[in-house]
Design a protein around this ligand. Sequence first.
Ligand code: NAD
Ligand code: ISE
Length: 334
Amino acid sequence: MTVRIGMIGPGGMGRAHIERIHSVISGGRVVAVSDVNADNARAVADQISGTAHASSQELIDSPDVDAVMITSHGPAHKPDVIAAIRAGKYVFCEKPLAPTADECVEIMQAEQEAGKKLVTVGFMRRFDASYREMKRILDDGEVGEALMVHCAHRNPTVPDFYTWDMAINDTAIHEIDTMRWLLGEEFVSVRVDKPRKTSLRFEHLQDPLVLILTTESGVRVDDEVFVNCQYGYDIQCELVGETGVVRLGDQELVQRADAHGRRNRLTMDHNQRFGAAFTTEVQEWITAVANDRHTGSTSWDGYAAAVVCDAGVQALTADGEVAVEMMPKPEFYA
Ligand code: NAD
Ligand code: ISE
């Protein structure tokens, strides 16, 4: 069976997913698209010999669409995720599930009313081979109990529509989700430290910043977010355990040695750095949909990340720590 996918918002991320689905991944095909930018929908539909729908709802209701991928901007996600749930269709939604925890609660309510887990959130780092090996080492007790994790999330530059809160709910959300998954526990507080700002980008941003997060058991996670670092897409993570330390290898690209020295080529964006993780993530989703199963991060994970982000955004303007107030996990997501 080929899973016929309808994609809402085929911009940069969506087109990269289409490329993967049509050239590397098996079992699925993007057959329909919609976009607030109708010209974009038409152009992508022509490229894939598919249908351009006039609205998200029309795409979701189409009998030719088995499952939905949402790759529009975060603030646009909620109504389309809920419409897909109400149509009884599996839906893969790029992160964030929605920009605030309240919106994620509405999505969880709709999903529980449907009585079936239909929503997968695109937290692709859970599928990255290096993070998976780090988790195996921790879970097998090879470095003892986790005490601290040092993370860095650096982008070369961001566009001018990137607002100050996006450092948390668009960028740091990746570490927030990955650390919840890696450590297997929730965060209870967050603080934001604000170092000297880079002069190389927009005045409205606090760039860089450092999130200091604490988990239920007291593990301390620091996350440097620096989205105008100029030199590359540089993702770092070092977990300090009671008996050892494990850190991510440096990038996915080759190391080179020549007359100029020994050096790495750096990845420059998420598609280069996490290309293999995206492929595994989307392949697993398509295979699961074909077998009428849920896979990957749930709406609860989308909600939990959003609660921490909400507290993080508050911490941007607060002095000291902000508590993370999470609702009890519904049995449905246990
Ligand atoms: P983009 O601007 O390139 O594409 C977004 C597309 O959505 C555009 O074509 C836009 O016209 C369309 N759109 C906006 N509002 C819409 C609406 N209400 N209905 C239909 N279409 C709408 O953005 P992008 O960089 O591709 O990001 C898209 C999503 O992917 C975001 O949620 C972003 O956070 C996520 N993303 C994830 C990663 C990752 O590493 N996992 C990386 C980049 C982006
Ligand atoms: C973007 O939306 C992503 O998800 C990237 O992975 C991240 O590095 C970037 O900061 C975000 O804006």
